[in-house]
Design a protein. Structure first.
Length: 231
């Protein structure tokens, strides 16, 4: 699954010269916590959030620069903070050091960016032009979507069995050499050697995540001692 499959394309975007009071009204009326900032050609130039607006209040608690730092103009961070807290246009508030992805980015890549950058959304761009946004909520919906979900997915027994096999093959804690599923009328029965209760639970969760599965049963037996390397 890639960014293009889960991104939101109906976006609230704002221009860099939009007044900040109009931005606050827009975000409150539309119930959004952030908006991409784009130029006249639709190119992404920044991102503004409700946190940027809240900085106006928190800036009142900023401590003054030391005498020497103020004299030398060395406290660039406080100068930047002042401009963002008192600016009257979106361009003064917005963040420009943005992490972006393309439409081909995998959901794993997107999740890594959101986690490491500690952000709630990442813009999706095509040649610099904004085409969508992937948020944490979009990722959560993707994670919770059942395996094989889609209009084209038929809930047939052979399709279910193939999907379970494919999912099992990706897991390091189970082997299709020793455990195999049978499917009849959406009821999955596992056969073979399986003794761990943790593996039983994980295999049930795996099977229940496949579209069309109505019930999961186990007809497995504990593995022989020789399979466990026990003399």
């Amino acid at each position: 699954m890639r960014a293009r499959d889960i991104m939101t394309t109906e976006l609230v975007t704002v221009p860099p010269d939009m007044p900040t009071d109009a931005l606050a009204t827009l975000m409150a009326d539309r119930h959004v916590s952030g908006a991409p900032v784009v130029d006249a050609d639709g190119r992404l130039v920044g991102l503004v959030t409700d946190g940027d607006l809240m900085r106006r209040l928190s800036a009142r608690e900023d401590k003054p620069a030391s005498f020497l730092a103020a004299l030398l103009g060395a406290n660039a961070a406080q100068a930047t903070s002042y401009a963002r807290a008192h600016g009257r246009r979106v361009r003064d508030l917005m963040s420009t050091d943005l992490a972006t992805v393309t439409e081909e980015a995998t959901v794993e890549e997107v999740a890594h960016i959101l986690e490491t950058r500690r952000i709630r959304r990442v813009p999706v761009v095509r040649d610099g032009v904004l085409v969508g946004v992937v948020s944490r909520a979009d990722l959560l919906r993707a994670v919770m979507a059942p395996v094989g979900c889609g209009a084209e997915a038929e809930a047939s027994d052979p399709r279910i069995r193939r999907a379970i096999y494919a999912a099992m093959a990706e897991q390091p804690w189970i082997s299709t050499r020793f455990v195999f599923p049978m499917v009849q009328d959406g009821v999955v029965s596992f056969h073979g050697f399986l003794g761990s209760q943790e593996a039983l639970r994980a295999l049930r969760v795996l099977a229940e995540g496949v579209v069309g599965v109505r019930e999961v049963r186990f007809e497995t037996t504990p593995p022989p001692r020789m399979m466990l390397g026990v003399p």
